[in-house]
Design a protein around this ligand. Structure first.
Ligand SMILES: [Zn+2]
Length: 397
């Protein structure tokens, strides 16, 4: 009987974790292309291995998440939130931070809870300058105002934000219109921020927003949407019901992460966009094809089946697959779905959890224990309390 906590479910691949390789044949990772579902409960840890051919095996001990090996990676990703819309499985809604040369520079989606995760990980968000929205559903966007405001509160200067997201369609606003509804100086819902930042923090809010073509029912084109200082970002339209939606490919320092956003496989852009990625971050799985009936039928236009996910990852030739935006944590479901993926995809698979750092070489580290992410970037309490440019009238939050 597994002692199971949803928030601690993870499939993990620790290339550099020697203690895992001590546990027997099944724990020698990397060379055997095995993935491991680790279930942590109050009484300890249990590991279930899923082999590359989809057959399940069981073990009974595993160490905690891999310890950070020395790294000089130019790019890595923090999972701020790995959940979906429902707030019932201990996960924040979905969002990621991409670190470049050790600086947290890019936000990819900002669902509910991701702002709190920034604080928990101790990430300094004053360096952020690019925001990529895959689409504008609540579970991908709702914490953006909190992050934007916090970045100034914590000392951001007047650098411009580059905000990129899909065009609108029908009643659904595009990204430019959405940002304007929130932050327009005259009639935005949070227009006060301009005045506040100017008057109390001595700088200005500068938002540069770009709509990226995301036709709902045609494949559109893969576009390069950002190219500067060695950073390249490409976007491709995806199919997510009636919501304009994008997947992003981020390349820096010779490594590539691709974020699928939410998508069904109908438009087929993901395998092309993700070709040769070091890490493919895949949002949400439906049940396997044969079980999609009844109320699950309509979801086929919103999300992907495990069969499609495995085939897409294999076609793309991704070195590692990270499953995120997890809505169902039932172990039996996950095991089955991972098995279906593993029958089609030969690489390692990681089921994300909140506050994990993922490196392009496949290393996975707890964000809060990672010296590159959290420790040392908190500042200290005295700094926060006595920031000289925050006066006593600074009470409008
Ligand atoms: Zn979503």
């Amino acid at each position: 009987m597994l002692d199971y906590l949803a928030t601690n479910t993870i499939v993990i691949n620790c290339k550099n974790n020697t203690s895992m390789s001590d546990s027997g044949d099944g724990f020698k990772l990397g060379t055997q292309r095995r993935t491991f579902l680790k279930i942590a409960g109050a009484s300890g840890l249990t590991t279930v291995g899923v082999s590359g051919t989809g057959a399940a095996q069981s073990g009974d001990t595993t160490p905690s998440i891999c310890e950070k090996a020395d790294s000089d990676a130019d790019i890595y990703v923090t999972v701020l939130g790995s959940g979906a819309s429902a707030l019932k499985n201990g996960r924040s809604q979905v969002g990621y931070i991409v670190h470049l040369d050790g600086e947290p520079r890019i936000l990819v989606d900002t669902g509910g809870g991701t702002a709190a995760a920034v604080s928990e990980a101790g990430i300094d968000i004053t360096a952020l300058d690019i925001v990529l929205f895959t689409h504008l559903h609540v579970d991908h966007t709702s914490d953006f105002p909190a992050m934007l405001k916090a970045s100034y509160q914590q000392g951001r200067d007047g650098r411009q934000w580059q905000i990129l997201g899909p065009t609108g369609e029908g009643s659904r606003p595009g990204t430019k219109a959405w940002v304007s509804k929130l932050f327009d100086k005259t009639d935005g819902a949070y227009s006060y921020i301009h005045e506040f930042v100017h008057d109390y923090l001595g700088t200005d809010v500068r938002l540069e927003t770009t709509d990226i073509s995301a036709p709902v029912d045609s494949s559109g084109e893969i576009q390069t949407v950002y190219e500067r200082d060695g950073l390249s970002i490409q976007a491709a339209p995806t199919k997510h019901g009636a919501m304009p939606s994008l997947a992003y490919r981020i390349t820096y320092g010779g490594s590539t992460f691709t974020f699928t956003g939410d998508y069904s496989s109908k438009l087929g852009n993901v395998p092309t966009l993700a070709e040769g990625s070091d890490v493919l971050v895949q949002n949400r799985l439906l049940k396997p094809q044969s079980e999609l009936k009844g109320s699950y039928g309509p979801k086929r236009t919103l999300h992907s089946t495990p069969e499609e996910v495995g085939t897409n990852a294999q076609t793309a030739g991704a070195n590692m697959l990270v499953l995120s935006h997890v809505s169902r944590d039932e172990v039996t479901d996950l095991e089955r779905e991972l098995g279906v993926i593993a029958q089609r995809y030969a690489g390692p698979i990681v089921v994300a959890k909140d506050l994990l750092d993922i490196y392009p070489d496949g290393e996975v580290v707890s964000s809060t224990a990672n010296p590159e992410t959290g420790v040392g970037t908190h500042g200290n309490d005295a700094d926060m309390l006595f920031r000289p440019n925050l006066g006593s009238s600074n009470d409008e939050q």
